[in-house]
Design a protein around this ligand. Structure first.
Ligand code: LLP
Length: 388
């Protein structure tokens, strides 16, 4: 065992694979429940898009969270993992008919609707079934977030949500429809947000919109502020559990909820990122003309975040204690962007050494692909390895 990893057990497992520390996941979930539980009208959903590994879903379900889904496949995965349909919220700019029908058949809690065209289709499909669909409108609040451009979602230029000026007309339309029931508003400004000021900006915008709605005598039972809380990719050991206290306290202090209103959250990354690592084996060390490369058996097909977002993941050699050297860490895929890190320090590395890419529990395994006809990486939990 070096550090937090059961290295001996890893030796017999085919690499690359994801390893999930379920003790850390449970601790994270306890913290979420404790901090959200201090505010009696807060409801936390887990954003399945971050990680849909069945073992992870089961642990999150046991902790009592609801779920946020963005596709029919995620709804099926959530139901299979035992989540109650009455705790499912379903978002997405392009819901297809079978996905809407599946949601209606399962009586999910709420559709987060992103356009008038979508509202009309939901109304039609619900009518065919003689049902009334609960809907919330995703409003684009035009609030920027200090995060990577590919993962901000709340700006007017983004494809997500209904423009603020269309909010009241759309609600009025819904009120006239037979087969939908308007139950709330939904927002999400982006992901990997560490500056609480961004969430305060969202609260201020929602407060303004709420005043506008009150003037129109429109009652809103649910406000959903999405997810977005970031994690510390630089220090997975020092900050294994994100700062849920500041996050929930920020909303409690700055968002003016009206009596009886519930505040929903859709947390993905902050729930699962730190508990997961991608474990890969060193295939070759190559001395290039100007640098030394560690070529590992995992590639961008297993963890695409560095190639897609220039994301940083801390990388450790978990089988070497030797003096540090400087390397580029690269994968075997035939793409020059298949690079995990450039010019980083690693304990001197040789063929066969195991390397951990940390903080990979969110948007890691779930974004894997089979490009180059590669096998998808498997995911193992602490329990799977019989550690505890
Ligand atoms: N709710 C909505 C409507 C979302 O679009 C998202 C994430 C979440 C909740 C969860 O956000 P979180 O708490 O995880 O920040 N693949 C990217 C992240 C994409 C996030 C997409 N939406 C990455 O690897 O960084």
């Amino acid at each position: 065992m070096k550090g937090i990893f059961p290295v001996e057990r890893f030796q017999s497992i085919r690499t690359p694979f994801y390893y999930y520390d379920t003790e850390l996941l449970r601790k994270t979930l306890r913290t979420i429940n404790e901090e959200a539980g201090k505010h009696d009208n807060f409801v936390v959903h887990y954003a399945v898009k971050a990680n849909a590994n069945p073992a992870i879903l089961r642990i999150i379900r046991e902790a009592g969270l609801g779920v946020d889904c963005v596709s029919g496949g995620e709804i099926e995965a959530a139901i299979k993992a035992g989540f109650k349909p009455s705790g499912i919220v379903y978002a997405g700019v392009g819901k297809s008919d079978w996905e809407i029908n599946l949601s209606l058949d399962n009586n999910i809690f709420c559709f987060n609707v992103e356009s008038l065209a979508e509202l009309e289709v939901i109304n039609e499909l619900a009518a065919e079934k003689g049902k009334k669909a609960r809907v919330a409108f995703r409003i684009n609040p035009n609030v920027g977030a200090h995060t990577h451009a590919n993962i901000t979602t709340g700006l007017a230029e983004n494809k997500f949500g209904i423009a603020m000026r269309d909010m009241i007309p759309v609600i009025r339309k819904a009120e006239k429809m037979e087969n939908v029931e308007f139950i709330g508003l939904h927002f999400h400004i982006g992901s990997q947000i560490l500056d609480m000021g961004d969430f305060i900006a969202l609260c201020n915008r929602i407060n303004e919109l709420q005043e506008e709605l009150e003037r129109e005598h429109i009652k809103v039972e649910n406000i959903n502020v999405g997810g977005g809380l970031g994690i510390d990719y630089e220090h997975p050991n020092r900050v294994p559990v994100p700062d849920f206290k500041s996050f929930f306290d920020t909303y409690s202090r700055h968002l003016h909820l009206l009596p009886g209103q519930k505040l929903h959250f859709e947390l993905g990354r902050s729930v699962v990122a730190q508990c997961g690592s991608l474990i890969t084996r060193t295939l070759y060390i190559k001395q290039g003309e100007v640098k030394k490369f560690v070529i590992v058996d995992a590639g961008m097909t297993d963890l695409i975040r560095p190639a897609l977002y220039q994301a940083y993941h801390k990388i450790e050699n978990i089988t070497s204690e030797d003096a540090k050297e400087t390397y580029d860490i690269v994968g075997p895929i035939c793409e020059s962007s298949d690079v995990f890190a450039k010019q980083i320090e690693l304990n001197a590395t040789k063929r066969g050494d195991l390397i951990a890419l940390r903080s990979a529990g969110a948007y890691g395994e779930i974004m894997a692909s089979q490009y180059n006809c590669r096998q998808l990486p498997k995911g193992y939990t602490t329990e799977d390895l019989n550690i505890i």
